[in-house]
Design a binder for this molecule. Structure first.
Ligand code: 5HY
Length: 243
C-alpha cells in the first residue's frame, strides 16, 4: 500500500524527519511518501496559520489522487483541513492528533498532551472536544518552544519538552503522554526513556491506523456529509478548483 504523509507546514527538513519516522514503523509492504505544500506557513502556531495551511493540504490530497495513494496522513497536530480532505477522496485520511488520542485511550484511562506554544493549546482542546476524547485528557500543556526550534539542534527543545512531560507525569495523574507536534516525531524514544511513561506520537500512530484501515478495505464513507462536494465554479486564484 501507498501512504501519503502531508506535512502542512512548508519546512522541508521537518517533512523529511516526519517521513523518516513513518518509514521506521511502516510494515514491509507499505510505501511512505512525504510531501508538503510549496505555499503556506513555514510553521503552524496559530488559528491563522492553521487556516492558511488547510488549502495546501487539500491541494496535496488532490495531487495524491492521481498518484494512486491508498491513504493520507495530515501530519500537523491541529489536523488542519481534515474533514474537507475526507470529502475529496475515497481513501482514509487520518490526522496525527486524532490518531494519537485514539491510541492513548487504549493504553491509559487518562493522558496529557505536551505541545509547543501555549497559544496553540486551545487547538488541541477543541479537537479533544470534537473527537470525543476530552474526558480522557487531563491537561494540554506547552513546552513553550517555537515549532522551528525542533529543527535547531542548539535550541534545547528536547530538554524543554522533557521538563514539561515530567511535570505532567508528576502532577496530572496520568498513564501516558501524547506529543503535540509532528516535528517531535523523532524524539519519542528519548522522551520515553527520560520520563518513564508511555509516549504516544501522532505520526507513527497514524501510520499504523491507516495501515489497519487499508488492510480492512475501509475508506472514507461517501454517504452523507463526506460525499464529494457539489461541483461549482470557483473564482479568482481558486479558479483551478472549478468543476
Ligand atoms: C505541528 N505546528 O504539528 C503543529 C504543532 C503545533 O507546524 N506542526 C506545526 O504546535 O500545533
Amino acid at each position: 500500500m501507498h501512504i501519503r504523509l502531508i506535512n502542512p507546514n512548508t519546512t522541508a527538513s521537518m517533512t523529511a524527519k516526519i517521513g523518516e519516522a513513518a518509514v521506521r514503523v511502516a510494515a514491509s509492504g507499505t510505501r511512505i511518501s512525504a510531501t508538503n505544500p510549496q505555499a503556506g506557513p513555514v510553521s503552524i502556531e496559530s488559528h491563522f496559520d492553521e487556516a492558511i495551511s488547510a488549502v495546501g493540504v487539500l491541494d496535496e490530497i488532490r495531487r495524491g489522487e492521481s498518484d494512486e495513494v491508498n491513504a493520507y496522513i495530515i501530519a500537523c497536530f491541529g489536523d488542519p483541513g481534515l474533514l474537507a480532505a475526507r470529502e475529496i477522496t475515497r481513501a482514509p485520511v487520518i490526522g496525527i492528533a486524532e490518531a494519537a488520542f485514539h491510541l492513548a485511550t487504549l493504553i491509559s484511562t487518562r493522558f496529557s498532551v505536551v505541545t509547543t506554544l501555549g497559544r496553540t493549546c486551545i487547538i488541541a482542546e477543541h479537537l479533544l472536544q470534537s473527537y470525543g476524547f476530552a474526558h480522557h485528557c487531563r491537561r494540554v500543556r506547552a513546552a513553550e518552544i517555537p515549532v522551528l526550534d525542533l529543527e535547531d539542534d542548539g535550541a534545547s527543545a528536547l530538554d524543554r519538552i522533557v521538563e514539561e512531560c515530567r511535570r505532567a507525569r508528576d502532577e496530572d495523574g496520568i498513564g501516558a503522554i501524547v506529543l503535540g507536534c509532528g516535528g517531535m516525531a523523532d524524539l519519542t524514544d528519548q522522551i520515553r526513556d527520560a520520563v518513564g511513561l508511555p509516549i504516544v506520537e501522532g505520526v507513527t500512530a497514524a501510520v499504523k491506523l491507516t495501515e489497519s484501515l487499508v488492510s480492512l478495505g475501509l475508506g472514507t464513507s461517501k454517504h452523507g456529509d463526506l460525499a464529494f462536494p457539489r461541483p461549482k465554479r470557483f473564482t479568482g486564484h481558486f479558479d483551478y478548483l472549478s468543476a
